[in-house]
Design a protein around this ligand. Sequence first.
Ligand code: ADP
Ligand code: MG
Length: 574
Amino acid sequence: MSDTEDQTASFADLGLGDRIVKTIKDLGYESPSAIQAQTIPHLLAGRDVMGLAQTGTGKTAAFALPILDQLDLSQKTPQALVLAPTRELALQVCEAFEKYAANLRGVHVLPVYGGQGYGVQLSALRRGVHIVVGTPGRIMDHLEKGTLDLTELRFLVLDEADEMLNMGFAEDVETILADTPSDKQVALFSATMPKQIKTLSQKYLNDPVEIAIERKTRTAENVRQRYLMVSYPQKVDALTRILEVENFEGAIVFVRTKNETETLAEKLRARGYSAAAINGDIVQAQRERTVNQLKDGKLDILVATDVAARGIDVPRISHVFNYDIPTDTEAYVHRIGRTGRAGRSGDAISFITPRERYLLKHIEKATRSTLEQMQLPTVDAINESRLSRFDDQITAALESPRIEFFREVVGHYIREHDVPEVDVAAALAIAMQGDTPLLLEPEPEPERRPRYDDRGDRGEKGGRADRGDRDRGDRGPRDRAPRGGGNFQTYKIQVGKRHRVEPRQIVGALANEGGLDRRDFGKITIRPDYSIVELPARLTDDQWERLKNTRISGKLIELAKDYGPPNRSRKPKD
Ligand code: ADP
Ligand code: MG
């Protein structure tokens, strides 16, 4: 596979001013996306543009940057109007404008959407705004009321045009287009190109440049794609845990910014991995050296940005990690194409923070593939893998030609000191291991006292005794009588609606970790912050241990027996 987009232009090459280029650089954008590279020069040249590109390809900056670049800050009436389908999208676009205008002084951007009082909008309009971003309905209202003066409008953008039409705004959009100065510049951005949009653009755009960015969405079938739900601070730990249990040879870890490549590579080195950073700031020759080291096995992990990793072709790369999930599905396809090369199979593991779930959906939709959810490796799994690597080291050393020499040395010791051979071997292991423990400590058990029970009779660590009848009176009307012939007990786990768990995930995770069967599950009630699960009253110590260390959606479930609401007067609502 050859990758041809190496000759990417820079933002400065597109003709944008220095301040904007600097802002973009500060934001960590390394180079323009395809839609940006192809539309910005035309927009700067004053042409009407119709831009078609998938979601997440950076369409906002494609119109926001050239508009900001051309603003006349002394003009008090609105110069730019962006129409967006929803209040959320309008707010997002406003935020983007503000972000991109960080180094420009006194740019005023106003969101205008339904549901917000007119007062704020009117007083802002009176003070003067340069850019208005709004939903078509509310903009129409203002036009009808005469409260929005668009007589000096210079730029009009239809953002997410397909969505706007889907939502029934066609008429409003047309009215607005027709009621604004005819010499304004119009840009239409859309993810798809239904006929309606074609018609609209023929009617209202003046000889537009049409740019369509082709979808690049094929993902290789020999790459297994998985994802892990993690919170941002968990990422480093999650990565090292996964590296411990995955059978990896070489890996690329993708991060969003250049700075992050350096800091993460450093953290990995501190944990004993041979890792290096590559990013767009590192000179080409050095980047090539680093990639060659990965090829030769002198280096195992590259921490990279998209730009720096473009086109890397190293068959040794068994794993690609999306430490930061790309916002652009094309980048995703590109990234995971770094593994599974030369007919090998590969693994792609993506970290998704709860707020990024929508990106997972985009990726799955755009690549027409489903990513498997994975769980954070447990301490047991890590220890198992450490022990087997330890065994492998012994096996490998036994085959070394140097074994003869050391057999003599050790044999001498044994004869002199009269100690069992296995003790000597163990002592050598200690010498080899140094101060680093071979195994991880089990994760601390979260101490959860039943909140209303202070009578000190909690002698059943491990939770094997059914607390039975004594407590039943305290439970109020809620029927907690165990099913399954009196063998059920209610347990509480610290994942709930907020963590977007579903019963099947709970059953799946608990069944796997605790060796439970479907019949071992009673009722499952998902609450906002936690869930109540009926499980066998008698769990073995081992099951209990493993269940406690179980994670769902990356969160430790902190399994504990549930003793109902703390106060009987509060009626549990079921
Ligand atoms: P679209 O409108 O095409 O769906 P957005 O404009 O919302 O996409 O951009 C998606 C994300 O990509 C945003 O988080 C934005 O900050 C980021 N982004 C945009 N352009 C670039 C770029 N050139 N480099 C890196 N990230 C970018
Ligand atoms: Mg958009």
